[in-house]
Every structure is written in structure tokens, then in C-alpha cells.
Design a protein around this ligand. Sequence first.
Ligand SMILES: C[S@@+](CC[C@H](N)C(=O)[O-])C[C@H]1O[C@@H](n2cnc3c(N)ncnc32)[C@H](O)[C@@H]1O
Length: 403
Amino acid sequence: MRLHRNLCFAVIDGLHQIFNEDEYADKVIQTLLKRDKRWGSRDRAFVAETTYDIVRWKRLYAEIAEVKEPFNRDNLWRLFAVWATLKGIKLPDWKYFTNTPTRKIKGKFDELSKIRKFRESIPDWIDEIGSKELGEDTWTKELAIQNKQADVILRTNILKTTKEQLQNILFDEGIETEFIKGYPLALKLKERANVFVTNAFKDGLFEVQDASSQLVAEMLDVKPGIKVVDTCAGAGGKTLHMASLMENKGQIIAMDIYESKLKKLKVRARRNGVHNIDLKVIESTKPIKKLYNKADRVLIDAPCSGLGVLRRNPDAKWKLEPQFLDQIRSIQQDILQQYSKMVKSGGKLVYATCSVLPSENENQINAFLESEAGKAFTFVEDKKVLAHKSGYDGFYMALLEKH
Ligand SMILES: C[S@@+](CC[C@H](N)C(=O)[O-])C[C@H]1O[C@@H](n2cnc3c(N)ncnc32)[C@H](O)[C@@H]1O
């Protein structure tokens, strides 16, 4: 592979924003990709994948390159040189690469690869919590898979098409997909591609949604005509899934504390042909209390550490802080206590996270069931989805029923 100067500059600029200006990698990359209209799909893939790679391996590369944060531009070029060397890419004779110790880089990589926190490039505190909560063996496997690139998975919008039809339509647009056993609406891309530019996407025939995430709406067992509250709807990945399973009949109240996220849901709903959703921003406890004992189904897709989806958001491990994790656990229990009251007698509740830590998952459910509010519920089942076992995102989901 030959390195192109303007693409490498884009990567360095992106890394500067992510590491030094605390911006989110996905947003930075989205903007970077708009920088030059002449870039083809390979150029864009180079910028996106190289930036993500260096973010993913920050700790390991910084240790090898002997640089410390905050990284100046020379430091960022040294991280880049480590990335290129380990990929076996010949460094051009640009001033940034003079005296790059190629053999030393490879030697240090071999040496550091013996230590998990360097090999998997993870902060000490997350490594300690993960191994304490999941056990050494499971955590080691889970961390390793979280450093691999995730597959692109689509969820068919059955309001507009079938999985088989969608597969044919995408094939005609040059995108090959395959079915995944056990995930009735999912299509997996055989090769990465920008699916957002397809007509199939613009026509609302699918959404991009990981396979594990597709299990959540299924577990809630929604039906046409019922009343559902999606309490932490965000931009509505699961709201849209539920709307399609409900055949657009009945009502989904999609709530979130951020209006900006619900606005995105509105756009997606229009594209998906979904019209049984009412949006509600949570600004006080009033809209929650109004719904006490009213919902047939309640989904709590709770805010969490995101430790099950590091493959997609590798910068999350650098942005997370121990205090945030404590805070988020207390918010999760609070949300369970309050929002569960919206379920009516005979109704169902699903609590889900994209974390693999028991302290955000089954421990929260156990604490809830032992509390006063939890006494009204029976535990039905839960799924602890580990990425290294399922091949998809790490997730947790529990189904409770109100008597
Ligand atoms: C895991 S995300 C939701 C993802 C979304 N359900 C989807 O499928 O695309 C969690 C959401 O909870 C929201 N949130 C955080 N605290 C909340 C609270 N106290 N009440 C309701 N929503 C909250 C966040 O803004 C975020 O959008």
C-alpha cells in the first residue's frame, strides 16, 4: 500500500480532534470524509479505518512510540508510524518519518503483547473491573473480540419489504448480503460498504442495527394495537423495530431526556413509513407519572457504559471515567424504580443495556426485584450476550412481568 499525503493529514487532524479536543470519533470521521469530494470509496475507507485503528490501539501505540498525552502533532505522526510499521506498510521519506526505528517498534510490540492491558489497549481501571466482574478468562476473550472490526448488520423494515426482497434489491445495487440464523430480520453484509447512499436506505427499506440489538424488541413481545412506552428511545433504533412488529397499529410513546435525539427519530420514522409514534421529551417527572399503570409494554434501553459495543465506539474506553460508571449505575436503578411504574397489571417490561458488566445488568435486575417497586414483578428470563460467543455486540436484556 502507498500512503497518500492528504489522506494521512486527514487522519492526523482527526486524531488531534479526538484525543486533544475530546470530540467523538464517529462525528469527527463523518466530517473528515466530507473534506475532499474527489476521494473515492477506498480513500474514505483508509481515512475512517486508520483513524479508528489508531484510536482503538492508542495505549499500545503510545507505549511503543514512547509518547505521552496530550499528543502534539509530532507525537501523532509517531503513533501513525507505529500503525503503518505494524501493518507492514513502507514509510515514505517524509520528514515526519525520519529515523523511525522500525525494528524497535516490532520488538516492543512483541514484548508488550504479553501483557493484556497493553495488548488489548485498555485503561487499567476498566481492565480491573472487567476481570473482577466477568472473570479473567471471559474478560480476556471479550476484550480481544472488542478490538476486531464489527460486521455491518441491517434490520429489514417489514412495513415496506421482506428480507428476501431486500436482499435482491441490495444485490441489484451492488451489495451482497446473507441471512443470519436466529435473527429473523437481519441481513449481514458480505463486504463493508456505505449502505446509506443506497436507494433502498433512502426508501426506508432497512436500518443499520446490530444483530444483538435486534433481540431486544423481540423479547418485549409487542403486538399490533397495544400501548408501548419506549422510555430511553434516543434516536429510536428499537422504537422503529417495535413499530414494524406492531404493523403501525397501536401506540408507541418514545421518550428521552434529549430533544435532539428524538428529532432524529422523527426523521427516521418518516423514512421508515412509521406513524404510530408519539414523541415526549422528559423535562420533569410529570409525563412519567401520567403514564403510571397505563402501558402494556415498557422498554428501558438504559444509558450504560457501552462496554459491549467498543468495537463500534473504540473511543468510549478513553472517554469513560470511574465516577461516570458509578453515576450511570445509580441512574439505571433510579430509572428502573420510576419507569417500571408505567407497566399495567399483566404487562411486560424489558430492561436492556449494551454493557457486559453484571453490575449494570443482572445485579440491577436483582436489586430491583428485591426492592418495594420490584415486588409487583416476576422475573421471566434474561439474555447475557457476550460478543466473543455470539459474534455480535455485547448486550444484556431481561424480561419481567407485572402481576
Ligand atoms: C442506550 S441509549 C438508547 C438507544 C435507543 N433506544 C436505540 O435503540 O437507538 C440510552 C438513551 O437513554 C437516554 N437517557 C439517559 N438518561 C435518561 C433518563 N433519565 N430518562 C430517559 N432517557 C434517558 C439517553 O439520552 C440515550 O438516548
